[in-house]
Design a binder for this molecule. Structure first.
Ligand code: SF4
Length: 222
């Protein structure tokens, strides 16, 4: 018998339909898949947490087994994100663990930085330092810079900016022509990060204003 293309499709379609009809009407038992594999979240304890990446404050659920992080996902009970996470938040697990590209095993992220590091002027390598050393070096830099650049009056500020190549115009004066008290440290600036929440930013703002920093900005992107 010669089978045309149209005839072949008709015959095949009828065969599939008959098979489906049999499958839907027969009483064959449904078989659950049996597996020895442990489900990923089996035996884990769940800890709710807040995403570390931006001030959005999305909630997450961290699943932990035997002290080891197994999974991080959005918290469906959290009022802000209702279980969703943006791509950055969804990759939070990789802060701690990554998949080894060769063995495909989950391993500790070898690129994770767990200690303060500093690259000294002129050096090409980063040096690990303690938290105490980091805090004390940062404090020293801030204090020295403030002392070196502090301007008490508008005349001082005019001199500072003009010495650094900026046009300033006339120094502001009071009604009697005396320079104004400004008390600024233009050698310092503050750049906030979107990781900080409103309360942290409030305290940072208080601190940098007390230091006399006139240049304050914030990056608020995810
Ligand atoms: S980074 Fe994304 S998941 Fe994390 S808090 Fe911000 S918006 Fe939410």
């Amino acid at each position: 018998m010669e089978l045309t293309r149209r005839g072949f499709l008709k015959t095949a379609g009828a065969g599939v339909a008959a098979g489906m009809a049999f499958g839907l009407t027969s009483k064959s038992p449904a078989l659950a898949a049996e597996t020895d594999r442990q489900w990923k979240l089996e035996g884990t304890d769940e800890y709710t947490n807040i995403c570390c990446y931006c001030a959005g404050g999305c909630g997450s659920v961290c699943s932990v087994r035997d002290g080891e992080l197994i999974n991080v996902e959005g918290d469906p009970d959290h009022p802000i994100n209702l279980g969703g996470l943006c791509p950055k938040g969804a990759s939070m697990f990789q802060l701690r663990n990554v998949v080894d590209p060769e063995t495909h095993e989950v391993i500790k992220n070898p690129a994770r930085v767990t200690k303060p590091m500093v690259r000294r002027p002129g050096a090409s390598d980063w040096e690990e330092i303690s938290w105490d050393q980091a805090v004390s070096e940062i404090a020293r830099h801030i204090k020295d810079t403030r002392d070196e650049t502090f301007c008490e009056t508008s005349e001082d500020a005019k001199k500072f900016f003009e010495d650094h190549g900026y046009k300033y115009g006339d120094a502001e004066t009071d009604e009697d022509g005396n320079p104004l008290t400004v008390n600024i440290a233009p050698g310092l600036c503050s750049l906030g990060g979107s990781q900080e929440n409103s309360e942290e930013e409030y305290l940072i703002l208080k601190m940098v204003r007390a230091l006399g920093t006139p240049a304050i900005d914030n990056q608020a992107r995810v």
